[in-house]
Ligand binder design. Structure first.
Ligand SMILES: NC(=O)c1ccc[n+]([C@@H]2O[C@H](COP(=O)([O-])OP(=O)(O)OC[C@H]3O[C@@H](n4cnc5c(N)ncnc54)[C@H](O)[C@@H]3O)[C@@H](O)[C@H]2O)c1
Length: 330
């Protein structure tokens, strides 16, 4: 018996081809079907995968096929809830692109449906599966940064402006998933946000500020920037780091920089001096792997080993709650 996970992909637009490529590469999957309601996209997929998979423009063909174990959804965010619900109702595990849904209520309903049917939901919070983020988690968990002081995240570029989600729901959700993962699910006590609707009915630039019990986070998302930035700064009491995903060579640098609090001999008991400390900068060795491949492989392992995904519906709901709170401030 073939015990590979038989999977179908729905959505072959901008991102779907990346999901397809990684499903095809993973020999532990039986990549069976590519579906897009647009004939031109199906035609394009057929040019790449020829007879390796089958094709359909009708999502129902996938639902009806009892041999398919799991479905990967790479459709517009506004379609995630309806399609994911139908996949679960058809008794199949579901991989959903980020953000999980466009509101907490729908996400909660999907979570309950999957739990009732004993099916897996894996949300592609892709950064959690990125080798740099895995390395940063190691650094934080080892205590190398000390107490976390703040996260400063910037995801800015020119276009593609979306109309079904704001830049915050589309881009900042990555940073929220990074913070969630690195801090083992810390939730903010205060959420502030400012944004501007330019060239869209949704905000195309948002400044999101979060207060957690022990640290702050400042998260910028924008489709209105002349330059591209994918940058994360984390400051700790011992060390600081910068992850610059646009930098080809030195993506991650850990700086032995910070402050020393010193007491001099002639000082009163409540006096001290704060001196800046500048030491070496370290470029850690990184595992060479593809985040999307890792994410899809984690989904497969969760099905095979009957375990919950690191980025399951519950963790996605934590992020959606922050986004909904932020929306109220915009
Ligand atoms: N993980 C990441 O880094 C990352 C990056 C980019 C996009 N995404 C996510 O991927 C998803 C898709 O984004 P995109 O930019 O590719 O969108 P897109 O609009 O380019 O493509 C979506 C495709 O889905 C198809 N589709 C929609 N409903 C369908 C249905 N019922 N049946 C069959 N086909 C259907 C559309 O025809 C379209 O071709 C979004 O949720 C987005 O947030 C994730």
């Amino acid at each position: 018996m073939n015990n590979k996970i038989k999977i179908a992909l729905v959505g072959y637009g901008y991102w779907g081809p990346n999901v397809a490529r990684n499903l095809y590469k993973n020999e532990e999957y039986e990549f069976a079907v590519i579906c897009d309601k647009r004939g031109d996209r199906v035609k394009l997929a057929r040019k790449v995968y020829a007879n390796a998979v089958s094709y359909t423009e009708n999502f129902n063909d996938i639902l009806k096929d009892k041999s398919i174990d799991a479905v990967a959804l790479a459709v517009e965010t506004s379609a995630h809830y309806t399609l994911a619900k139908e996949v679960l109702q058809a008794g199949k595990h579901v991989y959903v692109e980020k953000p999980f849904t466009d509101n907490v209520k729908d996400a909660q309903e999907l979570y309950e449906l999957a739990t009732e049917k004993k099916l897996k939901i894996h949300v592609d919070h892709i950064m959690v599966y990125h080798p740099v983020i895995k390395k940063i988690k190691e650094i934080i968990d080892n205590g190398d940064l000390g107490e976390l002081i703040y996260f400063d995240c910037s995801r800015i570029n020119l276009g593609n402006i979306k109309n079904d989600v704001s830049s915050m729901w589309d881009l900042s959700v990555h940073d929220l998933s990074i913070i969630d993962f690195l801090t083992d699910g810390a939730e903010p006590s205060d959420v502030m946000a400012m944004g501007k609707k330019a060239y869209s009915c949704k905000e195309s630039i948002v400044f999101l500020t979060l207060k957690y019990e022990k640290f702050l986070a400042n998260i910028t998302s924008s489709w209105l920037s002349p330059i591209k930035e994918r940058r994360l700064i984390i400051a700790g009491s011992k060390k600081m780091l910068v992850y610059d995903d646009v930098d080809v060579l030195n993506k991650l640098i850990v700086y032995d920089k910070g402050f020393n609090v010193e007491k001099l001999a002639d000082m009163e008991y409540d006096e001290f001096v704060v001196k800046t400390r500048t030491g070496d900068a370290l470029i850690p060795k990184l595992e060479q792997s593809d985040a999307l491949y890792n994410s899809l492989e984690h989904f497969r392992q969760c099905i095979v080993q009957d375990k919950e995904s690191i980025t399951d519906a519950k963790s996605a709901i934590r992020m959606l709650k922050i986004l909904e709170q932020a929306d109220k401030k915009l």
